[in-house]
Structure formats: structure tokens, C-alpha cells
Design a protein around this ligand. Sequence first.
Ligand SMILES: Cc1cc2nc3c(=O)[nH]c(=O)nc-3n(C[C@H](O)[C@H](O)[C@H](O)COP(=O)(O)O)c2cc1C
Length: 436
Amino acid sequence: MKFHGALARCVAFSTLQQLTLAQSAQELIDSVLNPDPDSATYSSYSSEIYYNATLYNQTPIASTNYDRLEASAKLRLPAAAYDYAAGGAGLGKTVAANRKAFDQWQIVPRMMRDVLPHRNLSTNLFGRTLPAPVVMAPVGVQTLFHPTGERATAKVFGELGLPYTLSTATSTGFADVAEANGDGSPRWYQLYWPSDDDLTRSYLRSAKENGYEVLVVTVDTWDLGWRTRDLDRGFFPFIRGIGVQIGLEDSCAHEKLGFNPLAPNATAEQKQTAALYHVITTSRGISPVWRNLTKLREFWGDGPIVLKGIQTAEDAQMAVEYGIDGIILSNHGGRQVDGAIGSLEALPSIVEAVKGKITIGFDGGIRSGADIYKAIALGADFVQLGRPVLWGLAHEGEKGVRHVLKSLLAEFDLTVGLSGCETLDQVNSTFLQRVE
Ligand SMILES: Cc1cc2nc3c(=O)[nH]c(=O)nc-3n(C[C@H](O)[C@H](O)[C@H](O)COP(=O)(O)O)c2cc1C
């Protein structure tokens, strides 16, 4: 028997449903414990867990708590891979500030409002209706965390109908990720803007041909931050040929190199040269500039452009002036500038400056469903998940990713309901209070 309903909530909601629907006892139990899959809710993941543990003695593949999830991922991963993902720039102060910023807001739940088990968390982003305001952050080199890497994460986001963002530093190419993600799934492409226009055009063409609909341009990582954990090991995956697949597959790069590094007769030296060429052209230490956005718009053609890495109201306002469709408030998970402000700290001023004029995404430090709630309540139109998904990936690939994503969505759904809201647009800053 499939068990989708929430055991605990079954009791709580039964009175309400009997009153409103006048169902028989059996109908009511069936509707909660064994609903039509289309009507299963995110929050029902908790009852699925309790049911599997009770009947089959099966507990989840990883913890539902972020700290324990990260700790068990650490045990499973090679030390260099764990450090690559966990680490930040310098002393790690920005990584810590991202978390601290969430602790500065507390949720103030309201009671006895009309709330039913089916909350409507759907939202519209760039012309698509999505079931929840949650997007996969662009994260490179995912095969470091499991051999299935981007294929696994793209598959799970596709299954759940949530946007998947492919990084320019991916270890799996455009077409393979698109195939894993599934026909018709919302796919975005994150550009590390090459210094060579021919390469930029070629990457964007491949993205479009493979169904990537939104262009996310990362503007904070045109040179690599001072990443002490990686520096101490001398660990830079790209020179080792991991995270350069887009460059290796690109026909324009082949022309520039004078060879195809993926040809059966390509030498190890040629592969290394091609890997270096990709890294150098995409993070050469030359900052992207506002005036070149006009050129990028021309290369990308129709379709939304989003700037990722914006941290001030002034830059958000500039994005509006340049006719950009969205921004993502992000400090790259604290990996670029050490001692910077926590991402969430910048959200209220950015919302005040540009809300309604441009779509506002947010990432940096989201570790739970309650964190998603706080960012949405402060005015973000969507949030991105980074490290939690990687720690999930370290637990048997797609299984672990699915568990982490379903857990975050379940807790978010519950937090929306338990704070007294039924739909996403009811979640606003009146449900938060700032604490010192
Ligand atoms: C291992 C790792 C790789 C990343 N790779 C990229 C990338 O290729 N492109 C990009 O724009 N951001 C990249 N990011 C930053 C994420 O998109 C996102 O901004 C960050 O993970 C948010 O912080 P959080 O994961 O701590 O919540 C990466 C982050 C991590 C942890």
C-alpha cells in the first residue's frame, strides 16, 4: 500500500475534513494515507519516512538535518572533494556570515487561519509555472561528489519539475545533462563569460540547441577567490580535466585549438591543453562590464538573462536599467570575497529597490525549509540550493539528491502551513521579526 498522507496530520485534519467534506471514515483515511499521486503534498514526505521505518524498517538514506547530512557526506567523500565544496574564501568569514544572517530573523507563526493540507506553493518564473520557488544553483564539477554527478542532480530536479541550472564548469556536457533532465523540463544555463566572443556565441548556441531557456551570467567569479582549503592541497579540479566538459566538447574551441581533444587519437597532452584553455578563457581575471550586456543580449537572442552575484541595491538597480530580466543575490556561497556581508543581509535593501521591476533570486546559506521560508518572506521570488544538494549527491547519487530535495520541500511546505499561510503570496515579512 502506498502511504502518502501524514500520520500525525491525519488526526489533526480529520475533524476539519469531516466537517467540510462529510466523508466516511474509510474514505477519509484513504484520502490521507493513499491519495492519488497528483494530490500528494510535499509535506507528506514525512509520513512516507515514518511509514517506511515502521513497516519496512527502512530509515532515510541520509539525515534530514543539515549538519548531520554534511557530516556523513564528509565521511563518504575524498578529503579534497569535501574541502572543495565546504570551503570558502580566506578565513571562511563570509560562509559563516551567510548562516548568521538567517539567525537574525525569526518566524512569527499565526494561528487559527484557514489552512488545509494542500498549500499552493507554485510560482511563475520567466514565463513558466513552477510547483515551488526552488531552483538548483549552478554548481560545477559534480562528478567529484558521485560518479553520476550532474546527470543525477538534473534527473531529480527534472522529476520534480524544478529548474536545473547547468554550470559552465560542469563535468557533464549540455546534451547529456539535458537528456538526464528530461524533455520539457525547465533548464537554465550558467555562463562564466568567456573573454572571447566566438566562444561565448558557441556556448550560448549549444545551450539553446539543448533546451536551456534562461541564461544565468555569473558576474562575481571572473577570477577565482583566495580559497585556502584548496590552495593548501594545491587542488584545482579543472587543470586535472574535471569540470571542463563544455570546453572539451565545443566545436569553436576545437577550431581555436586546432584539434579535438575528445577525438580517439587525441593525446593526453592535448587534453590537458584543452582543459587549461577552457579554464583560462572563462576565468581570466578580466571583469565583465555592464556595457557589454548589450552584446550578450544580441548573442543570446530571445530569452531571459539573469545576473548572478549581485549584492547591492545599486547593482540591482543597474540591472533594471540594462533591461535584464532577473538577478540572483549571491556571494557564491562565500567562496569569492572573505569578510563580506551575509547574502540574506542584503536582501531587504535589494527588495526595496527593485521588487516588481525584475525577478529576484537568492542563494547563500539555505540549509532548511525554514530558511527557504525566510528568504521568500523577505521578498525573494525564488531561492537556489547549492551545498545541501551536493551532500545529498554524496549519498548514492540520485537517491541522496532526491531525499535532500524532498526533505527541504517538505519542511518548507510545513513551515508555510504551520505559520498560518496557504499560498506563497501570503508569505511576507509580517511573519518575521529581526533579532540581534
Ligand atoms: C562546490 C561548489 C561549486 C560551485 N560552482 C559554481 C559554478 O560553477 N557557477 C556558479 O555560478 N556558482 C557556483 N557555485 C556557487 C553556487 O551557485 C551558489 O551560489 C552557492 O552554492 C550558494 O551557497 P550555499 O551552497 O552555501 O547555499 C558553487 C558552489 C559550490 C559549493
